[in-house]
Write a protein that binds this ligand. Sequence first.
Ligand SMILES: N[C@@H](CCC(=O)N[C@@H](CS)C(=O)NCC(=O)O)C(=O)O
Length: 202
Amino acid sequence: MITLYGHPISGNSHRVANFLNILSVEYTEQVVDLSKGEHKSPDYLAINPLGQVPSLTHNDLALRDSTAILIYLARTFDKSNVWFPQDAVTQAKIQQWLSVAVHEVMEGPFVLRAIKLFGMPADEAQVIGKTEKLFNDLFEPHLSTNKWLVGNTPTIADIACYSYIARVNEGNFSLEGYPSIRQWLANVESIDGFKPMMHASN
Ligand SMILES: N[C@@H](CCC(=O)N[C@@H](CS)C(=O)NCC(=O)O)C(=O)O
């Protein structure tokens, strides 16, 4: 049995929920109420000592970190190996984007949204600069000539990078000047089984 411990407005949780849906894997969703501090309760810390969402349990296995969980799900349930192909070059290219998903995407789009939604203390002008640099130097040029982040079909790189970029508008950042990023978001949204991420205002 698979349980996803997450929160509906957490993009890290959405990455995993979205991929479970796309793979048609049955799972139970357990909401961890961050506003009530449930992620720091002894019961939850026994699953994830970092006290973060998401975590995933599969029978006796407990995993933390959204991108590690994506790799586990791809290896375990994607028998065709299209979401995380096995050759070295493709895996390395996917890892480049998983790293961007947990570093640059978090330092830019995630923080912009967290400033607006939760009042996270941060230098907003600096975070806008990081987001613009990430989009101008990496995502927009790459996606102007590529439909997907790696190769000719979607991979876990697309799933990992999607959620916070799709909701960067909730950080008052417009994607108006980034047509290739907007097209890529639409491409991800057209994948069979795609699960939308809840809007923070819902
Ligand atoms: N590297 C982790 C980051 C997880 C993370 O930062 N989750 C946030 C919610 S989106 C969280 O639980 N924050 C609460 C805390 O760190 O105390 C992942 O990719 O899953």
